[in-house]
Design a binder for this molecule. Sequence first.
Ligand code: S3P
Length: 450
Amino acid sequence: MSAHPTPVPSFSRPGGPLKGAVRVPGDKSMSHRALIFGLLAVGETRVQGLLEGEDVLATASAARALGADVTRTGEGEWTVRGVGVGGLTEPAGVLDFGNAGTGSRLMMGVVAGHPVTATFDGDASLRKRPMRRILDPLVQMGARVVSEAEGGRCPITLEGAREAVPVVYETPVASAQIKSAVLLAGLNAPGKTTVIEREASRDHTERMLRHFGAEVEVEPHGPHGRRVTLTGQPELRGSHIVIPADPSSAAFPMVAALVAPGSDVILEGVMMNPLRTGLFATLAEMGADIEVLARASEGGEETADLRVRFSRLKGVDVPAERAPSMIDEYPVLAVAAAFAEGETRMRGLSELRVKESDRLAAIAGGLAQAGVDARIEGDDLIVRGCAGDVRGGGVAATHLDHRIAMSFLVLGLGAREGMKIDDAAMIATSFPAFGPLMAGLGADIVMGGD
Ligand code: S3P
């Protein structure tokens, strides 16, 4: 099992306004998928802008173990020579996904549709995360769980189907990971596999399936949902993928600019897929000065340069239906809410309990350390804002969670007494250059200093 052996305690403190233009690394969701589709395609896939974070590198290793030839040709530039749908090799060793929920769950879908057996494992955080939600539909499709840790957790050994069975599956929670696992297993099933979701989750899998040559139909389902149908056993063709900047990583310098007085920052080439931009809409409602500059398109996704200036924020009510479009952004939204005037209520956050950490508890705990009043009521998180005057000064416990770590370092940039975190090591899973990028904007963050 992988782990970071030594924690890296770190701190941040106010150090003047943040200024400059930066491009955050490539989108994590698209990066995992680019490698996975490269594995399942015939011929060569070229990827530009791949996120070279630990989570994605674990997916690259798994793709190799399953038969692909994966090579780094330059910064963010990778090529994958795939095996084609149906052509996986049985891996010789354990597939170690480290901290990566997305990589492990999507690859379970891939394995489930092929007659190979693989063992999935990861770090202490991944070993706590629920996998039944993935295994249940995969078993319906013909896969067999050979062994699992208590409660359907990693390490898990999964035997893929000899002949995968197409299904119609309604996901119990809005989750792109569940949807994608089923669709990936459905790739090697004859006939049509359908996933129904009551709330639309991110659609990168559907977009990439089409890009690689599969037939995918998407219809509306109820007021906010979708019905996605894939025709199985396509020949996926190697492709060229350009990955735009990750909106979930852009969220950190964005909120930092909003809370550090005098800041004026430009975030370049940020992906603006409407199923990912809930945070930007919410911050705008809070009064954030976010200007959309150059709109463009990259790799089949809309992008924009965003200019963000220090703003006086006000508390808002964030509806539960918005959660899927900003599910990874609640930790940093809670930080913005701490600086706002008035209360922010974030509704319907039960899924936050099963992310890299129990994020509801980790956010509330960290805010309490910073002297901010936050409470959990059922599945809602309520933060009482300090109208720009956050005390800070405590130590946030990060529980092996990169987004909790970055969020509290952002808080410290605007808080009177700064902020400490117990461990910054996990930031490397999704945003390895976070420290230098923030320093380039003028942020006073000391990684590895307490
Ligand atoms: C992801 C989906 C989300 C998100 C995760 C990435 C993906 O999880 O939290 O960071 O790439 O499919 P769920 O779909 O399980 O909510």
